[in-house]
Write a protein that binds this ligand. Sequence first.
Ligand code: AVI
Length: 337
Amino acid sequence: MNSNKPECERDAETIRAPRLIIDAVDDHGAQLAELRDGLLSRPARIAPKFFYDEQGCALYGAICALSEYYPTRTEIQIYERCRRPIAAQLPPDGQWIDLGCGDGAKARDWLGPARVRRYIGVDFAADWLKTTLAVTEQQFPGVDCLGVVTDFTRPFHLHPVLNDCPDAPPIFFYPGSSIGNFTPEDALSLLRSIRSHLDGDGRLLIGVDLVKDTATVEAAYDDALGVTAAFNRNVLRVANRLLDADFEPHRFDHRAFFNATESRIEMHLAASQGHDVRIGEHRRRFEAGETIVTEYSYKYTPERFCALLAEAGYGNMHYWTDERGWFGVFVAEAGGD
Ligand code: AVI
């Protein structure tokens, strides 16, 4: 008889295999064309999403543990110290939408305190998502777990999934300052896309890296052990594999600097000497010092981020930070239209 009930109201024991909804996964050909065209353009660029192959994910995990890379640990400290007041701003019995969920560890710490009824992991990577769902289901047998494989960096529509539990308000969770890897214009469209799912009790809970002294932020992206440099160069191996290219990563130097005018860290790969590279059927010359832009990581002031939220249609913002004011955690709800 369970099967006539919405999934979120069924007995936990009846839900076993992780349920995945595959939605609008990007066309592989379009991804390859984007990567190739970026590398052939002047200046050359690679979108940061190409960092995260298996080795890139492992290197990013190592970055998060570096003493210089303060964002991960600072955000977790804020959650640990302010869990109760933050949870007090979230509706109980909600659907927790974990955007770019990765291993889901940060979200799992909220499922109890926020009294979550349903967990929805959203990621591009189906394999990763299956593992995350299996771990979450095992730890929280009373929480309905579901995965959606989609590219949420483009306008996305989770309304049909959320409508399966219409009385459970959505809480969108976007930690890790991943919003900083979007230009402000693209960040605005992502925030608007999330906002289109919120009304009444729905909330956005988002972690954002804040503006601070340049030396601290530059060290976080150019660590002494060279882990970030390896992460940056690894993207050339990804390009070699996907495009049948012959980049030699050791011929490119890692560069990371704070661009104060744009309020962003820029990561580049700079050719150490002039040389030619094959990119599929194309050849491209990189002159000595010529760079490939691989990532921007925008840093906001709390005021600037609240203004962005307001522009995207949010209201009633709350904000928490650490004692040095290095990282911000924001809760916002849908503002008046
Ligand atoms: C995933 N993202 C928020 C990281 C950042 O800080 O922009 C990626 C990263 N790049 C170099 N180090 C970490």
